[in-house]
Design a protein around this ligand. Structure first.
Ligand SMILES: Nc1ncnc2c1ncn2[C@@H]1O[C@H](COP(=O)(O)OP(=O)(O)OP(=O)(O)O)[C@@H](O)[C@H]1O
Length: 292
């Protein structure tokens, strides 16, 4: 069909050069366009944008050097390309890691290869959501600082190990107790996995985002930093203002309402696909029985 189409087109435009296009070529174009788009989005959302601007300035400088035949500069440029490439990989290691992790996070991968089946069971309940929301706003009211990391698909083992190992069910009372001033566990962050608090006093990576408000200190910087290097949802309760803030995907939303926090938590509550399929299947069977 493809060939017939191009033959007909060639008949109409005999002088035109029309290459043979197969469906694989179209798929290839779509894949490449998608990859370029993702790369552009990645560049826009990370420090890579600054790098790109730097590369452009360097490229213009080298072009001018080439036009003016400045051989020493050209020799330096030629010999430092590989060093610069390695330096870029080192500097952008967190972003590159995040990009690869994001690739593994994609739902289509887990839909085809159910690698994360175990994680499905670790989804948190609505009771956990209510406990977190209640505790955060209760702590905010009395200006008790808190930092809560709600783990998602990416395991936070390396951060978990910086704190004190715990294994207890999430409840608002436990959360309030952990962050109570002058208690051994109040400093640092807690990590919530499923319905359990797995670690307290954890040290999180600090964001080096220059755009973050100067009035925010290290607690909020740590919340943002954690959200930049993982898919976790991080909640910070300010000791200074009592405001509850939410960081996710490198974005910090300050002074959120209980409804906003609850909705954010519901959104990340892992959907149990198995249950869904079972429910659909059950519904179908029921329907079949009724129509029998
Ligand atoms: N890297 C980190 N990882 C985990 N917790 C951290 C980290 N840095 C700071 N914190 C927590 O934040 C507390 C200090 O908060 P700081 O006052 O500097 O931040 P802030 O953003 O101004 O918050 P607040 O509004 O509550 O004062 C520390 O006592 C500690 O509990």
């Amino acid at each position: 069909m493809n060939n017939r189409f191009f033959e007909a087109l060639r008949g109409y435009f005999p002088d035109w050069y029309l290459p043979d296009v197969y469906w694989t070529d179209i798929v290839e174009i779509v894949i490449v366009a998608f990859l370029i788009y993702q790369l552009m989005v990645w560049i826009k959302n990370t420090k890579a944008w600054m790098l790109l601007k730097g590369i452009l300035v360097l490229a213009v400088f080298i072009l001018v050097a080439a036009i003016l035949r400045m051989n020493t500069i050209l020799w330096i440029a030629r010999n430092s390309v590989s060093i610069l490439a390695i330096a870029a990989i080192v500097v952008f290691q967190p972003e590159l890691r995040r990009a690869l992790e994001k690739l593994g996070e994609k739902r289509f991968l887990t839909a085809i290869v159910p690698l994360d089946k175990g994680k499905e069971n670790e989804r948190f309940s609505s009771r956990t959501i209510d406990s977190i929301v209640d505790a955060c706003f209760a702590m905010g009211k009395v200006k008790t600082g808190a930092l809560i990391v709600v783990e998602q698909a990416i395991r936070l083992t390396e951060y978990e190990s910086t704190g004190i190992y715990l294994d207890c069910i999430v409840s608002s009372q436990v959360l309030i107790n952990i962050f109570e001033h002058n208690t051994p566990l109040h400093d640092g962050a807690i990590i919530v996995r499923g319905n359990r608090i797995v670690s307290a006093t954890c040290y999180l990576p600090l964001s080096d985002n220059m755009e973050i408000s100067k009035e925010l200190g290290t607690r909020h910087r740590a919340a943002l930093g954690m959200s930049e290097v993982s898919d976790a949802l991080v909640i910070a309760v300010s000791e200074e203002t009592g405001y509850v803030s939410v960081a996710q995907g490198g974005q910090l939303v300050r002074n959120v309402t209980p409804e906003y926090l609850k909705e954010s938590l519901i959104r990340i509550q892992t959907k149990n696909t198995e249950k869904k399929i079972a429910r659909l299947w059950k519904g179908r069977r029921k329907h079949e029985r009724e129509t029998d």
